[in-house]
Design a protein around this ligand. Structure first.
Ligand SMILES: Nc1ncnc2c1ncn2[C@@H]1O[C@H](COP(=O)(O)OP(=O)(O)OP(=O)(O)O)[C@@H](O)[C@H]1O
Length: 228
């Protein structure tokens, strides 16, 4: 169980959110600039807002304490994977493994993300989809109690996305995932647990509308849903 109750101001944004999320994957959706990344950063301890964050039995933040980011059991996967380019895939994985506070099943995670054949590879020689799978494995190997993912598929093509979505579902069976996306179809394939944010506040599900989309965008959406 994740409990979040955070509020504060960052730049022009006034953010105030309160929610609970259970096991599995919870998606966070909302317009550009609504505060999704700011909320993730605050949950990780990268941004200091006031309030409370509890993950499992561990209180990461409340009125009396603020656990710094390096002491939170949190994994973070960004839109652009931030792997060490001077290390091999396995070097990247081992870097995280050494820092894990608990025993982690490396072969199981390598298997889960189908990256066994990539282990000796240099990071520059990976495709975008391969990089993101390695970034997810690296995040899991650090032993997180919560995995934060910020639009991890948005720079990938359709084929790579389709390949990775089921792997993310598998990952979310091992560790709770909090997942930012702009793509309603991607989210529909991942989870039924979705929260929406607008202007820094949680809101109810927006009405689905095709207004404003061009004919080609509507066709692309229809094709995408048929391909799921
Ligand atoms: N470091 C900062 N300095 C100033 N303002 C900031 C900072 N970080 C966030 N903000 C403010 O918070 C707003 C929301 O930013 P945030 O990145 O959280 O939005 P988002 O919902 O993730 O957007 P997108 O979908 O485009 O990634 C920004 O428009 C900006 O006003």
């Amino acid at each position: 169980m994740i409990q979040v109750d955070l509020s504060g101001t960052v730049g022009d944004l006034s953010l105030s959110v309160r929610f609970e999320a259970g096991a599995g994957l919870t998606a966070l959706m909302g317009p550009s600039g609504s505060g999704k990344t700011t909320l993730l950063r605050a949950m990780a301890g990268l941004e200091r807002l006031s309030g409370r964050v509890k993950v499992g039995d561990a209180v990461w933040q409340d009125a009396d304490r603020f656990v710094p980011v390096h002491k939170r059991a949190v994994g973070y996967v960004f839109q652009e994977p931030s792997l060490f380019s001077h290390l091999s895939v396995e070097g990247n994985l081992d870097f995280a493994l050494k820092r894990s506070p608990k025993a982690v099943d490396k072969p199981g995670i390598v298997d889960l993300l189908r990256i066994g054949a990539l282990l000796p590879r240099q990071v520059e020689r990976l495709s975008g989809g391969e990089r993101q799978r390695v970034a997810m494995a690296r995040a899991l190997l650090s032993g997180p109690e919560l995995l934060l993912m910020d639009e991890p598929l948005s720079s990938l093509d359709q084929a790579a996305r389709a390949e990775i979505v089921p792997l993310i579902r598998d990952v979310a069976e091992r560790v709770p995932v909090f997942y930012v996306s702009h793509d309603p179809l991607e989210v529909a394939r991942l989870t039924g647990h979705v929260i929406y944010i607008q202007n820094g506040h949680l809101t109810k599900r927006p009405a689905v509308t095709l207004e404003g989309l061009s004919q080609s965008e509507i066709e692309a959406l229809a094709l995408k849903s048929l391909g799921s």
